[in-house]
Design a protein around this ligand. Structure first.
Ligand code: ATP
Length: 464
């Protein structure tokens, strides 16, 4: 990719709001004319990224370039970008024409030029003949078109769109998605689009940037992101997935759910813990036969319009989601096959919690800004910096936060076929990761406990 092809470049951008780091070393290159979508759950930093591009926020670290020029200190109105916000932010006392002409008038564009440009953009957004209408008399979808017309009438090199369709009903949203895509083609300018709706992102974009907790997780085409997610978060966030803990036994051989499966992945090493993802449409289901790789019993079957969605339980306690054009009724004994190509193996991001801490005395260690009792630690002295390892299933959560040594809230729940893998953000700002059979909800506030015998403590290596 040649440098001149890149219109926007975020280079190691970080941003704090108070103590909270909301963008963590974000690097991103956007090509001229591309339709790029920033996708992620609420609060992951999408809007902040867009506002940094627009100039409404400045990075605390790193640089933002537009058209090769450093923009960190350039005012929003001096940047070659225009923003369409979630709420249309039209002037209610002006008609459609004057709403669109507003910026041009301010810039002293001649009257007949203004008229030509306003009429041209109205045509582009399918609103010819609406120029004298009061904006209050328009539907949500029409107001959004006016907002887009107002943004493109200035001929920006880049159009930034922050969840522009979120206030529309489902049908209008779908129609506007098609129109936005056509508009993007016609205009030939770069669109940077923010949404938390994965289907919208896959439909609209040339490139999808998946974010979580201020960190870019994956950048790729919609097909790449869907077919080759780089981690469990992306696999879970984009579409439906069955996610398993597995072991890569050797090249092209992985084990999960207590069975060995041929796969196409190589180079992980031998007997290495991995995450395994299989999409629901990639599990072949058939009435019980000895030709299957494993067996199960259907516990739910729902018609989803085109296909049926079944939940199948295996004898060893795994629960799978399977989609098929045929219905397999509840209670039916079935067998399943998963083909090597349909098994996605991913390196585990971590195999246990590793917490940075400090010895208080021989039986207490400070981790997560909290003093925890530990087994007597010979050879460690108070003040020693240590690393404390705790297995995912050895962290106890309590629903009354006062019963915990410290407090946290559940920020992400991943179902892994026979247990939940939770991300708990503690008050210290650090995450702990928990495997549990208990059912928790996103945003639940919990107490966090760790038993002394479940901590493995070792001296941290001095930082260079
Ligand atoms: P959403 O989809 O809900 O709009 P988002 O992914 O766009 O979320 P941001 O709006 O970028 O997320 O916010 C990221 C984090 O920064 C959130 O925790 C938010 O509460 C916080 N945040 C955003 N703006 C400010 C601000 N001006 N002051 C303090 N915190 C802020």
């Amino acid at each position: 990719m040649s440098e001149s092809n890149i219109i926007i470049s975020l280079d190691h951008v970080s941003k704090w709001f108070g103590e909270k780091r909301v963008l963590d070393d974000v690097s991103l290159n956007i090509k001229k004319g591309e339709f790029v979508t920033i996708l992620g759950p609420s609060g992951c930093g999408k809007t902040t990224t867009l506002r940094i591009i627009a100039g409404f926020e400045t990075p605390d670290e790193g640089n933002i370039f537009i058209g090769g020029e450093l923009m960190n200190k350039v005012q929003p109105h001096k940047r070659p970008v225009n923003t369409v916000f979630q709420r249309y932010a039209l002037f209610p006392h002006l008609n459609v024409f004057d709403n669109i002409a507003f910026g041009l008038k301010l810039n002293g564009v001649p009257k007949d030029e203004i008229e030509k440009r306003v009429l041209r953009v109205l045509k582009m957004v399918g609103m010819t003949d609406y120029e004298w209408r009061n904006v209050d008399s328009l539907s949500g979808g029409q107001q959004q078109r006016v907002a887009i017309a107002r943004a493109i009438v200035n001929r920006p090199a880049v159009l930034l769109l922050d969840e522009p369709l979120s206030a529309l009903d489902h049908k209008m949203r779908k129609d506007m998605q098609i129109e936005l895509k056509q508009m993007h083609k016609k205009l030939g300018i770069t669109f940077v689009y923010v949404t938390h709706d994965q289907e919208e992102a896959l439909t609209l974009s040339d490139t999808v940037v998946v974010m979580n907790e201020g960190v870019v997780q994956q950048i790729g085409t919609p097909t790449d992101i869907y077919n080759e997610p780089v981690n469990c978060f992306v696999a879970d966030f984009i579409g439906e997935s069955n996610i398993f803990n597995g072991t890569m036994i050797a090249d092209r051989l992985v084990s999960f759910m207590g069975h060995e499966f041929e796969c196409v992945d190589e180079g992980f090493g031998e007997n290495v813990p991995v995450d395994v993802v299989v999409r629901p449409e990639d599990i072949y289901i058939m009435p019980r036969t000895d030709k299957g790789q494993f067996d199960g019993t259907v516990s739910s079957c729902i018609f989803k319009g085109v296909h049926y969605e079944m939940i199948v339980n295996t004898p060893d306690g795994h629960e799978l989601m399977i989609q098929d054009y045929n219905a397999f009724e509840v209670g039916m004994e079935v067998s399943m096959i998963i083909k090597p190509n349909d098994i996605q193996v991913m390196k585990k991001e971590r195999v246990c919690n590793t917490l940075e801490g400090e010895m208080i005395d021989s039986t207490h260690v400070e981790i997560l800004d909290t003093s925890f009792e530990c087994l007597p630690q010979e050879g460690l002295n108070s003040g020693d910096k240590v690393l404390v390892e705790v297995d995912f299933d050895k962290i106890d959560l309590t629903d009354d936060k006062r019963d915990g040594a410290c407090e946290g809230d559940i920020t992400f729940i991943l179902y892994k076929a026979d247990h939940y893998h939770l991300t708990v953000r503690t008050e210290s700002g650090e995450n702990v990761y928990v495997d549990t059979q208990d059912v928790w909800e996103d945003r639940d506030i919990v107490g966090v406990n760790i038993r002394p015998e479940d901590m493995r403590i070792r001296l941290a290596e001095a930082k260079a």
